[in-house]
Write a protein that binds this ligand. Structure first.
Ligand SMILES: Nc1ncnc2c1ncn2[C@@H]1O[C@H](COP(=O)(O)OP(=O)(O)OP(=O)(O)O)[C@@H](O)[C@H]1O
Ligand SMILES: O=C(O)C1=C[C@@H](O)[C@@H](O)[C@H](O)C1
Ligand SMILES: [Mg+2]
Length: 156
């Protein structure tokens, strides 16, 4: 969460003239609810199922998909991403993530959590993130700088 997937995906798609779809936004449109509300009304397991549905439905050519930070939790999602695309892990130090998201109330799994709890969440997912095809550290870097690196790595 907060590593910049949505931000970078939007900017990169514009640069490369790719379409971009964000799974969080796709789910919000399908469900006509904000993610934070959806967690309250239908719960996290329901949200995770919708992430699978998003991957099954939207993957295609010349498309950037930006996901939620927890999409890797489900084995099925990891498989789908591997089968259908090239996976880029945008990595970021916890301190910077906390700074970026300090006033943000849209991520239910961060609400009321301290640094140790967020670190725990990250550690439980770390191995899945690191299984990506490309890993880019975004800590202390501008969006432009990250996009320029990604542009060189993406085969068009
Ligand atoms: N390289 C960067 N430097 C500084 N701030 C950034 C950078 N990338 C993103 N941000 C800021 O961090 C916040 C979170 O970014 P963003 O929503 O793109 O993260 P995300 O990875 O999509 O998170 P989530 O997993 O919750 O969807 C935003 O306010 C965004 O403007
Ligand atoms: O890391 C996570 O589990 C999440 C990240 C967000 O993008 C949203 O998908 C949701 O808030 C859950
Ligand atoms: Mg996002």
């Amino acid at each position: 969460m907060g590593s910049g997937k949505t931000t970078i995906g939007q900017a990169l798609a514009k640069e490369l003239s790719f379409n971009v779809i964000d799974t969080d936004q796709w789910i919000e449109e399908q469900e006509k609810q904000r993610i934070s509300e959806l967690f309250q009304t239908k719960g996290e397991p329901y949200f995770r199922k919708q992430e699978t549905k998003a991957l099954e439905t939207i993957a295609g050519q010349r498309l950037i998909i930006t996901t939620g930070g927890g999409i890797v939790i489900k084995e099925e999602n990891r498989q789908l991403m591997k089968e259908k695309g090239n996976i880029i892990y945008l990595k970021c130090d916890i301190e910077e993530i906390l700074r970026r998201l300090q006033d943000d109330e849209t991520r239910p799994l961060l609400q009321g959590k301290d640094k140790a709890k967020i670190e725990q969440l990250f550690l439980a997912r770390k191995a899945f993130y690191e299984d990506a095809d490309i890993i880019i550290d975004t800590t202390g870097r501008t969006v432009n700088d990250i996009i320029n690196e990604l542009k060189m790595l993406i085969v068009q």
